[in-house]
Design a protein around this ligand. Structure first.
Ligand SMILES: Nc1ncnc2c1ncn2[C@@H]1O[C@H](COP(=O)(O)OP(=O)(O)OP(=O)(O)O)[C@@H](O)[C@H]1O
Ligand SMILES: [Mg+2]
Length: 270
């Protein structure tokens, strides 16, 4: 039998273009409407095809879930702890699958949706898919046994349809890593007015995380993300952005927990 995934070339079937990325292990489909020139783009990672169920069925189930969360982005299946914030509601929605559907698909899946009419191209969910895909592959190659404690969120697919975008990813059931604002230490300068603050993690809560990174807090109560970021970047061999507790989810129980970094995009966004 011919395994379609092993064909590296670009294929054209009518108005549909199919491109395979063997390194990042996904297939990209672009379908252009010949009359309007509108394009629908779909990225599908190999993991989605490798489950026990026929891919056609998975595709159908995910499609109906995407339509459901499009109609009801902040309903019962919303998993975004910030969904109450009006500004955040304009930028994104994050939902899990309905329980019965998750059982059928056989993978815990979350769908992030965004309307990018207000957003620039760099913050698109397709970009997040591609960058997270790269980080997933790099962690397999470079983290070794540390990968049991620190990882990057597996992403399974992305869709761009006009101004609507969707990211299909692994659903992490644990909460987010907690962090705190601590005063920013300015060496030598004592500024006037309110002291600045920056985000830091509480050492006592995250000794496992720091130990894996080889960070020694030297008796300090907090370690700032500013000093954690370069350590992680060296490990993975690639720049990271926006590292903070809200972008690290905790998977698993106390003694065997894993810290999963989500939400990376290209370049620096500060
Ligand atoms: N795969 C997932 N599993 C579980 N929860 C998730 C998942 N993806 C996102 N979330 C939750 O939804 C929140 C928002 O998602 P995300 O960070 O991807 O959005 P964003 O708009 O890009 O974020 P930011 O506020 O960092 O700019 C996360 O902080 C997390 O609590
Ligand atoms: Mg985030």
């Amino acid at each position: 039998m011919i395994n379609r995934l092993d064909r590296p070339e670009i294929r054209q079937i009518g108005h549909l273009t199919i491109k395979r990325d063997d390194r990042l292990k996904y297939t990209h489909y672009a379908k252009r409407d010949p009359l309007t020139a509108d394009c629908v783009e779909v990225y599908i990672a190999d993991e989605l095809r490798k489950g026990g169920m026929a891919f056609r069925k998975v595709k159908h189930l995910l499609n109906s879930e995407i339509n459901r969360v499009k109609d009801d982005p902040f309903g019962e299946t919303s998993i975004d702890p910030d969904r109450g914030d009006k500004r955040i509601r304009r930028s994104r929605a994050v939902n899990r699958l309905q329980i019965g559907i998750e059982e059928q698909v056989g993978l815990p899946i979350a769908i992030k949706s965004a309307d990018r009419s207000d957003l620039d191209i760099d913050s698109s969910l397709v970009d997040q898919f591609l960058v997270m895909r790269e980080l997933q592959i790099l962690s397999g190659e470079r983290l070794g046994p540390l990968g049991k404690v620190i990882g990057f969120l597996p992403v399974y697919g992305a869709i761009r349809e006009g101004k609507d975008e969707y990211l299909i990813m692994q659903y992490i059931r644990g909460g987010r890593m907690e962090d705190q604002e601590v005063p920013y230490r300015s060496f030598g300068w004592s500024g006037s007015g309110d002291p600045s603050t920056e985000l830091a993690i509480v050492v006592a809560k995250y000794q496992d995380f720091l130990a894996v990174l080889g960070i020694n807090p030297l008796g300090e109560e907090h370690v700032r993300w500013r000093s954690i970021t370069p350590v992680l970047e060296t490990l993975i061999g690639r720049p990271l952005n926006d590292l903070a507790g809200r972008n690290v989810l905790i998977q698993g129980e106390d003694h065997q927990r894993k810290f999963v970094i989500i939400d990376q995009i290209r370049g620096n966004i500060d």
